[in-house]
Design a protein. Sequence first.
Length: 211
Amino acid sequence: MKTKPAIISIILVAITFITNAQEQPQDYLWTYEGKNKTYELGVYGELSWDYSTLGNDNIGWLGAKAGLVINQRWALGVVGKALGYDKHLSELSPEGDYRLESGYSGMFVEYLQPVGENFKLAFTVTSAQGIALYRYEEEYAEDLPWYEEIIDVETYGVFEPQVAAMVRVKNNWWIEAHASARNTSPVKMMGTDEKIFTKLNAGISVKYGIF
């Protein structure tokens, strides 16, 4: 994944979201009558770009997230992130260049703290499962059977706490800044630091939410 096109895409999506926003913001979509109280249910969707490092290189993670929000305070949902790393690698194979690919997906729990109508804080914990692999560049993989295109592959677990601040830009559209600490189980691949993805991250998000 190319880093600059991904960032440009996030910006263009933000502009489109703001331009086409609804006139009046809402804070829930449905209500549910419990035994002792009424629950208000909302939703949100999000696209994000996180900055991190890998050795001496700058990398990014493109993410997508969707959540169900209960009473404007608690959110439960699903999240997925994909590594954006453009570097051509050659250390592990004399046969040709290869690239590192990775991504993870899972569930999150989030607590939202409104600060007025147009500002919220969010505290999130994500639990996910990921996969990492070294794959030959396309020009080197053309003559290989599919099972030889991948040099090494490994799965890993993810535990990622995050803190965020979001500002309403118009109606139900929000811009968010966040920081997280990604912790993973050991990534046991050839010539690779087992904690390759255990990093601090900082990022931005575009969010549409009726919550």
